[in-house]
Design a protein around this ligand. Structure first.
Ligand code: IPM
Ligand code: MG
Length: 400
C-alpha cells in the first residue's frame, strides 16, 4: 500500500525547503564584496571559548594573539574581547545552535577565534540541536573552509578549499522521515555557491604561484550535484591557463593521499563540503593529527578561525583539561593574523609552532600528566617567538 498522505506531507516539507533555498540564491547573487581590513580601525576580534577543553586552550590562544598584536592593540588598531554564551549548557537551555543574543554579539566582531563546541547527536543528554560550527558558517555565510596541511620534510604542502555552506550540510538538519520505513536527506550544490569557492581557490593559486589545482568530487555517481560543481570548476579553469587543473574522485583521492610519491604533486585542492570534511581529517593526520590543524572559515564579510577537533568532554571529566594541546587553536590564531593582513607575524608564529610541535619538541603534550600542560607549552612557544634565531632555526630544521 502506498501511503499518499505521507508523500503529500513530504512534498510540502520539500517545497518549503526549496523556497528558502531560492531566497538564499538571491542573497548570494547580491552579496556585498570582500571587506577591506586595511580600511577598518579598530579591527574587532572576538574570542569564543566554546566548551569542554575549549576555554582552556582558548585562554592560551588568546595569550598568544595578544602577544603577537601587542603594538596594534596599544595603538587602538586592534580590539580583542571575549564573547560569552557559546557553551553547550547555554545553547541547550535556549534549544538553539547559537542563542539569538550571542549571534547578535558575534556579528559585532569582524573576525572570531573559536574553541571547540560540543555537537550533540541522537542519544546524548543534550537536545539534538544543530552543530554550532555549521550554524555559524551558515549565519555568517562563511563559505570557504581553508585548511592548510604542511609536512615540509615529506614534501607535503597542501591547501584545501572546502565549500562550507552547501552540500549535505545545507539541509542536514532538515531531512524527512517519510514514513516509518525510510528517511531522506537532501544534497544541494548551487552554481553561485560553487563559483565563489572555486574562484577563491584559483585566486589563491595564482597569487601564491601554485601551479596545480585539483577538484575532488564523486561526479561519476552523484551526477547532478557533483556534476554541477565539476562543470563550474573546468569553466573557471579556462580563465587561469597558467594553472594545471585536474580532478579526482573522492575514493581514489583518499588513497592517493597515502601514496608517498604521488601525494607531493597535489597543491591546491577544492571540493564540496562533505568530501572536504573527510579529506581534511585524513590530511591533518600526516601533520600529526587533527589536534595540530587549524581551520579558517571565511566569508566576504566575516571570518571565523577554529580548531578542527572536538571539545573532548572526557578530558574535563577526568580532570585533565589543563593538559589539552592548544596548538590547533594557536594555528587558527596564526591564520587569523594572516587574514587580517599581518602576514609576517603569522609566518613567525607558524615557524614557532613548527619548531615546538614538530622539530625541537622540548616539551611534549600527551593530554595527561605524563606531558606538559597547555600553559607550559605556550610559555615555551612564546620563548621561541622572542628568539632572534627563530627564522634560521626553522630553516635549518626544514632542510633537515
Ligand atoms: C569540522 C567538523 C564539523 C564538520 C562538525 C563538528 C560538525 O567535523 O569542522 O570538520 O563536520 O564540519
Ligand atoms: Mg570534520
Amino acid at each position: 500500500m502506498i501511503n499518499r498522505t505521507a508523500i503529500e506531507k513530504a512534498k510540502e516539507h520539500f517545497g518549503k525547503l526549496m523556497e528558502a533555498q531560492m531566497e538564499r540564491m538571491v542573497r548570494m547573487k547580491n552579496e556585498p564584496d570582500w571587506v577591506d581590513y586595511t580600511k577598518i580601525s579598530p579591527i574587532k576580534i572576538g574570542i569564543l571559548p566554546g566548551d569542554g577543553i575549549g576555554p582552556y586552550i582558548a585562554a592560551e590562544a588568546e595569550r598568544v594573539l595578544r602577544y603577537m598584536l601587542e603594538d596594534e592593540i596599544k595603538k587602538g588598531k586592534i580590539y580583542i574581547a571575549t564573547i560569552e554564551g557559546l557553551t553547550i549548557e547555554n545553547r541547550a537551555a535556549h534549544n538553539k545552535a547559537i542563542p539569538d543574543d550571542v549571534l547578535e554579539e558575534i556579528k559585532k566582531y569582524h573576525v572570531t577565534l573559536k574553541g571547540p563546541t560540543t555537537t550533540p547527536r541522537k542519544g546524548d543528554p543534550w537536545p539534538n540541536i544543530e552543530s554550532c560550527n555549521v550554524a555559524m558558517r551558515k549565519e555568517l555565510d562563511l563559505f570557504a573552509n581553508v585548511r592548510p596541511v604542511r609536512v615540509p620534510r615529506q614534501g607535503i604542502d597542501w591547501i584545501f578549499f572546502r565549500e562550507n555552506t552547501e552540500d549535505l550540510y545545507a539541509l542536514g538538519p532538515y531531512g524527512i522521515d517519510v514514513d516509518e520505513d525510510f528517511s531522506i536527506d537532501f544534497r544541494l550544490i548551487s552554481t553561485p555557491g560553487a563559483i565563489r569557492i572555486i574562484r577563491m581557490a584559483f585566486e589563491y593559486a595564482r597569487k601564491n604561484k601554485r601551479t596545480k589545482i585539483t577538484c575532488v568530487t564523486k561526479a561519476n555517481v552523484v551526477k547532478t550535484t557533483d556534476g554541477r560543481f565539476l562543470e563550474n570548476f573546468y569553466n573557471i579553469a579556462k580563465e587561469y591557463p597558467e594553472i594545471q587543473a585536474d580532478d579526482w574522485y573522492i575514493d581514489i583521492m583518499t588513497a592517493k593521499l597515502v601514496d608517498e610519491k604521488r601525494r607531493r604533486e597535489f597543491q591546491v585542492l577544492v571540493m564540496p563540503n562533505m568530501w572536504g570534511d573527510i579529506l581534511t581529517d585524513e590530511a591533518a593526520e600526516f601533520q600529526g593529527g587533527v589536534g595540530t590543524a587549524g581551520a579558517a572559515n571565511i566569508g566576504k564579510q566575516y571570518a571565523m578561525f577554529e580548531a578542527i577537533h572536538g571539545s573532548a568532554p572526557r578530558m574535563v571529566q577526568e580532570g585533565r583539561a589543563q593538559y589539552a594541546d592548544p596548538a590547533s587553536m594557536i594555528r587558527a590564531a596564526a591564520m587569523l593574523i594572516n587574514h587580517i593582513g599581518y602576514v609576517d607575524k603569522a609566518r613567525k608564529l607558524e615557524m614557532a609552532l613548527d619548531i615546538c610541535g614538530q622539530y625541537e619538541k622540548k616539551l611534549v603534550i600527551t593530554g595527561r600528566p605524563t606531558g606538559a600542560t597547555g600553559k607550559a607549552f605556550t610559555d615555551y612557544l612564546i620563548e621561541w617567538l622572542n628568539n632572534p634565531k627563530l627564522e634560521e632555526t626553522w630553516e635549518g630544521y626544514v632542510k633537515g
